[in-house]
Every structure is written in C-alpha cells, then in structure tokens.
Design a protein around this ligand. Structure first.
Ligand code: LLP
Length: 417
C-alpha cells in the first residue's frame, strides 16, 4: 500500500497534488510519502514484535536525514557501510547502540570513527579486517563488538549484481573459514564476539533463500557453542523485495513468520537490515517532458531527469512504472522515456505504452524511493535534484536542489598553471 493515487485524473501524494509541488520546487524532484514510510517501517518492525529484535534500516537505500530521523523516532537503528553513513546517522539522531557496520572495505578511519562512536556491532568481512579492528579497539582502550559476516553460499535468485551470498561474491567469509576466524577472534583482547551475520542479496521475491541461509547460520552457531563461543545477535541482513512491475514478493508478515518458525525458541536478538522494502514504494521521481520526437518510427520522450538522477534502469535494466501526473484522454503510444545525458544507456523506460505526452507535461517514475537519490550523481554536471516529503496536506523540502556553485565546490586551479 502506498499513498500515490489519482483524484480527478491528477496524481497526488497523500493530499497534495504533485503539480503543486512541481510549481514550487521545479523539476526534477523526488517526493516521499510520510504515511507510506511510517506504514512500511511499522509493518516490517511490527512483524517481529513478538521476538527480541532490532530493525536496522539499511540507509544506503535512502540516506536522507529526514527518513533516518523518522525511523529512529520509531525505535529503529541503521545498517551502515561507510564513515559517511555513520556521520549522517549520528547527525540525524540515531542511537549509536543501534548501529551495525557491514562492508568489505572498511577503511582505518572508518573503523576508528565507529569504534569511538561505540556502535552496536561490526560485521567483519575478512581475517585482515578482524586484526585491524582489534588493533583500532586496543588503541582506543575499548572493546569492539563483532559478528563475522558469513557467506552462506545460497542463491537468492535475483539480479546477479545484487546477489551477495554466493561463494563467488566478494562478501563475507565462507562457513568453514568463519569458524576458524571466530576461534581467532575469541583470543583477541580488543574484540567482543557477540553475533553472526549474513546478507545474501537484494530484491528477493521468495523466502526460501532466507530460510536456507538461516539454517546454515544455525549450524554454525551450534558449532560455536561447542567451541565455547556464545552468540547473542543474529543479523540476517536485508533483501526483501518489492513490486516494481508484476513481482509478488512475500509480505513482511510472511517473511517474518518463516524466519521465526525456523528460530523456534532461541534467545538470540534478531537484527534485520531492510532497505528497499521500507522506502522503495514510498518515493517517486517527478520529471518534465522536454521534447517529444519520432526518429525512424521510434517514439522518444526526452525528459529532464536522466541516468544520473535514477541509475537503476541503466545499471540493471530495472523496470520502473511510468505514470502521467495528469491523465490525458487519447490513444496511448509506445515510446522510450529518455534523459538528457549523452549516452544511449540513459533511459528511464523502454518500449513503454504511455499517454500521449507533450512538452511541459509531468510524469512520475514510480517505486523510486530506494536506490534512487542515494545512487544519483552529478554526471554531465547536472546538479542533484531536490527531495520533498509530504505529510497529509503539507510538504517540505528535505534536501535542497544543488546549485551550479555546488558543482565546483572544493575544486581549484593549481598555482603552477
Ligand atoms: N544489508 C546489507 C549488508 C546490504 O548490503 C544491503 C544492500 C542491505 C542490507 C539492504 O538490502 P535491501 O533490503 O535494500 O534489499 N542498488 C541496488 C541494490 C543494492 C543492494 C546492496 N545491499 C538496486 O538498486 O537494486
């Protein structure tokens, strides 16, 4: 359920007509629905309410401060993958004791920052990282709580670029090796072994790969117990998919049920790192038609948002629904929706049946709340777009549109020229 709908042929976000936002902020822009974000967070978090758990929103999917503050206010933590994300999270008021840190390439300064911030747990992804983290902790006179991110070698049956738990993927440590690393970690004075973690991929539309991974982790934990290492956190990562087109992913309730029944009466605190399922369908990208043209019988609508603003179609061939902001009568036509960037890979939709559009018409690119703005860039020197939050009949800019001055900030021409 999301709160983007038509009233008298006009697209609204909650009680605000999209066209009135466009009038105020210009185009392109991302707009998020507060009610949808809240509902999605609560549905996910609530599905685990009968077990000890912590929902650590995966902020790489959308790291705007306003969203972080909203989820933190509802009891959520975050999953981070960089010092920058830690900074954003702390800046938005997220409690450090609700932050988990994953990632194969945590730098020394990232580790130092997170150790001194006293976050909940580091999901360690290599033997060398384990040693580096131990050293950082010792240097700061603290203990770092760790889990090892295990690569369980299960097939998440999703796009290869977003599969992360197969043995050929760079993520985590294989099950056998993980056992040895746990043994090692238990001897290191800077570390406190508290958990086991995994993340097998993104946009999963079935629960069976999650359950398969969980079974492998349970076996590993049994072996750890036999070695005298006890675990209190079980971090299952994120990955639950959403409907972009006609996918039918499980409801969070169903996902939670399958996980909980596999856990039976264990007393681990579950950590979950959902990203897309919370924000994906809570945001859309609004763009304006610049030109309509037909070239060799092929119809194109050139719009003012491009692959730099929403990279998913170019990068993964991802599908995003295209909807008119004002529905117009008339025969639909098949067209490509393309951006202004100088690359043929710059498209938002291909061969799509759309309303007859004309210059200045607004269109909505649907399901763009996750990995939309957060993956955007300034390629072709295009300032990043603004982000807007709607709540009821009100809206507010939650990130200003960047300016041309922003584009050159920090650049300089060397004196030796
Ligand atoms: N935890 C970890 C360690 C992750 O790497 C990810 C996503 C998540 C949680 C959240 O996964 P989610 O619940 O959002 O599926 N840019 C791609 C998605 C990349 C996902 C990377 N990791 C896309 O646009 O589809």
């Amino acid at each position: 359920m999301h709160h983007f709908h038509y009233r008298k042929n006009e697209l609204y976000c909650e009680d605000v007509p999209i066209s009135s936002i466009a009038k105020k902020v210009g185009t392109p822009f991302y707009v998020y629905s507060y009610a949808t974000l809240k509902q999605h967070f609560d549905a996910f978090d609530g599905a685990f309410s009968d077990v000890g758990h912590l929902t650590c929103y995966s902020m790489k999917s959308n790291s705007n401060k306003a969203l972080l503050a909203l989820f933190a206010g509802r009891g959520g933590g975050v999953d981070i993958v960089s010092g920058g994300e830690l900074y954003r999270a702390l800046n938005a008021g997220v409690d450090p004791i609700k932050i988990v840190f994953s990632g194969v390439g945590k730098s020394l300064s990232d580790l130092e920052y997170a150790v001194t911030s006293e976050i909940l747990m580091f999901n360690v992804e290599s033997p060398q990282e384990l040693l580096k983290l131990n050293q950082v902790a010792l240097n700061s006179g603290r203990k770092a709580r760790i889990s090892i991110r295990v690569n369980p070698d299960v097939d998440p049956k999703t796009h290869p670029y977003i599969s992360t738990g197969l043995k050929e993927n760079k993520f985590g440590i294989g099950v056998e090796e993980a056992l040895l690393q746990y043994e090692k970690a238990a001897t290191l004075d800077g570390l406190d072994v508290v958990g086991v973690s995994c993340h097998i991929g993104s946009q999963l539309t079935q629960t069976s790969p999650f359950v398969d991974a969980l079974r492998k982790l349970k076996k590993l934990i049994e072996q750890l117990v036999r070695m005298g290492i006890s675990i209190c956190y079980l971090d299952l990562g994120g990955g639950l998919g959403i409907t972009y087109d006609n996918e039918a992913p499980p409801h969070p309730k169903e996902y939670a049920q399958d996980i909980k029944s596999e856990l039976a009466s264990s007393d681990w605190t579950l950590i979950l790192e959902p990203g897309r399922v919370i924000v994906g369908n809570a945001g859309i990208l609004i763009t304006k038609v610049l030109y309509a043209k037909t070239s060799y019988d092929k119809n194109f609508f050139v719009v003012d948002a491009g692959m730099n603003d929403l990279m998913r179609p170019s990068l993964y061939g991802a599908y995003h629904g295209i909807q008119p902001v004002k529905q117009t009568p008339g025969e639909k036509l098949t067209a490509d929706i393309v951006g202004p960037i100088c690359e043929s890979g710059d498209f938002l939709a291909k061969e799509r049946l759309v309303d007859p559009l004309a210059p200045d018409d607004l269109i909505a690119v649907m399901s763009a709340g996750a990995y939309g703005f957060s993956m955007s860039s300034t390629y072709n020197s295009r300032p990043r777009v603004c982000e807007v939050m709607v709540k009821g009949d009100r809206f507010e800019i939650i990130r200003q549109r960047e300016t041309f001055e922003d584009l050159v900030r920090g650049e300089s021409i060397p004196d030796f020229f």
